[in-house]
Design a protein around this ligand. Structure first.
Ligand code: SF4
Ligand code: SF4
Length: 280
């Protein structure tokens, strides 16, 4: 399961960032596929990106003149969420993969969560409401266009997949890099350091896309369920969970990225995916 998931994550990241010419020439792909969203946090400005990040697309349309809401992007998010919730985070998101790889770096004391865990978890909802939905609409320039606030001022995936490669490949972008570049670079370094110590800190505390998909975890077509008759209350699932979730008590947790470690650890096979239960 562990290796399968890593393979799926790597293949999906390569597939959705497969515009190799972009990496060679330092240009962003702008063909017809770029009209479509990909499910994970995958920066539009990555030289290899073949699709658009739904969080970026949402802000771009909200901040356009006329304050439109993209029914396509909202429909995409609701459809993906209703289909599989945060399975996207655990299996498809390139920035989730990046954090997981960093967490494999040895350090003296790994932690499952930070101090002030509960209030910190609310930050991703604040980012979603304030930076993704509100500010692009209300803080507009002289011609009525709003910035994509989350992408521009916060998103470390944008710096990793877009800002750094483009600045390395394009001398003009490198020369223009100023205080904003430095700020976002510092944020990325912060996420990198945190990811070595804590499992997926950006997913847990800060990601607005994870915040949206997490709302669907209790109702998604594909989710984890616990067979109470088979469960012997041994606690192995909770001990195995890197996100500090006790799945047999809270199978619908909005934090669960459906990585499957708890399922693999369960000695009685009590944790099943809903698809298997539906097939009977
Ligand atoms: S509860 Fe299970 S599937 Fe969810 S994050 Fe924890 S180990 Fe992964
Ligand atoms: S590991 Fe399986 S049997 Fe043990 S508490 Fe979790 S669901 Fe129940």
């Amino acid at each position: 399961m562990k290796h399968l998931r890593l393979l799926v994550q790597a293949c999906f990241a390569a597939l959705t960032n497969g515009y190799l010419r972009g990496f060679l020439e330092g240009k962003i792909y702008s063909g017809p596929l770029k009209q479509l969203c990909v499910p994970g946090l995958n920066c539009y400005s990555c030289p290899g990106a073949l699709g658009a990040c739904p969080i970026g697309a949402l802000q771009a349309v909200l901040g356009s003149r006329g304050r439109k809401v993209s029914l396509y992007v909202v429909g995409f998010l609701v459809s993906v969420g209703a289909l599989c919730g945060r399975f996207v985070c655990g299996w498809l998101c390139p920035f989730g993969l990046f954090q997981e790889l960093l967490h494999k770096i040895p350090c003296p004391k790994k932690r499952k969560k930070l101090p002030f865990d509960r209030p910190l978890r609310a930050v991703k909802y604040i980012f979603l409401v304030v930076f993704v939905l509100l500010l692009p609409v209300v803080a507009v320039n002289a011609v009525g266009i709003g910035d994509p606030w989350f992408c521009k001022y916060i998103c470390p995936a944008g710096m990793l997949f877009g800002g750094i490669p483009l600045s390395l490949l394009d001398a003009g972008i490198r020369a223009a890099a100023g205080a904003l570049f430095t700020w976002k670079f510092a944020l990325l370094i912060g996420v990198i350091v945190l990811s070595i110590v804590v499992y997926r800190p950006f997913c847990r505390y800060f990601c607005p896309l994870g915040a949206i998909y997490g709302l669907f975890n209790p109702v998604a077509f594909l989710r984890y369920e616990v067979d109470e008759a088979a469960c012997v209350d041994c606690g192995a699932c909770a001990r195995a969970c890197p996100m500090d979730i006790d799945l047999h008590r809270t199978p619908d947790s909005r934090l669960c990225v459906r990585c499957g470690r708890c399922r693999a650890a369960c000695p009685t096979g009590a944790i099943r995916n809903s698809l298997r239960n539906k097939r009977g």
